[in-house]
Unconditional design. Structure first.
Length: 135
C-alpha cells in the first residue's frame, strides 16, 4: 500500500473512532436475541428482568411466556403503561413475529429504556422450537 493510501486509511479510521466516541456511551440499544438466547435469559434472569408481551390481550390469553406482562403496543395507552416500568431494568420484548416488538422497542428507547432485548421471530419462533408457554 502506498504512503498516501495508508495516510488516508488512518485518517478514516481515526475520524470514525472520534465520531463514535462523540456519540456517547449512554445511547440505548436493543439486542436481537434468538429464542435459544431468550430461553437462557428466562432460565437465568438478570436482576429485575421484565418480560413484556406487546400483543393484544386476546393473543396474550392464547399463550405467552412465563411471567410476562401484557401491554398492547398498538393500544392507545402504550407509552403511559411502559413509562410505569423501571427504565433501567432489563426488558425482554416480544410479539407474534417481531414487527410490533421492534416498534415497541423504538418507543421504549425514546422513553429512556437502556437494556432491551428483542426476541427474534417472536412467540411463533419460540413455540416452533417447542419451548413452553402458559395461559
Amino acid at each position: 500500500m502506498n504512503r498516501s493510501r495508508t495516510r488516508l486509511l488512518a485518517t478514516f479510521v481515526l475520524s470514525g473512532a472520534l465520531l463514535l466516541s462523540a456519540c456517547g456511551g449512554d445511547t440505548a440499544t436493543a439486542d436481537l436475541v434468538s429464542v435459544e438466547e431468550g430461553h437462557v435469559l428466562l432460565a437465568e434472569p438478570p436482576a429485575g428482568l421484565v418480560v413484556l408481551d406487546v400483543r393484544t390481550p386476546e393473543e396474550f390469553a392464547e399463550g405467552h411466556l412465563a411471567g410476562a406482562v401484557n401491554i398492547n403496543v398498538e393500544g392507545s395507552g402504550f407509552e403511559d403503561a411502559v413509562a410505569d416500568l423501571d427504565e433501567d431494568a432489563p426488558v425482554l420484548v416480544y410479539c407474534r413475529t417481531g414487527r410490533r416488538s421492534a416498534n415497541a422497542i423504538t418507543t421504549m428507547q425514546d422513553l429512556g429504556f437502556t437494556e432491551l432485548y428483542d426476541l427474534d421471530g417472536g412467540i411463533v419462533s419460540w413455540t416452533h422450537v417447542g419451548l413452553p408457554t402458559e395461559r
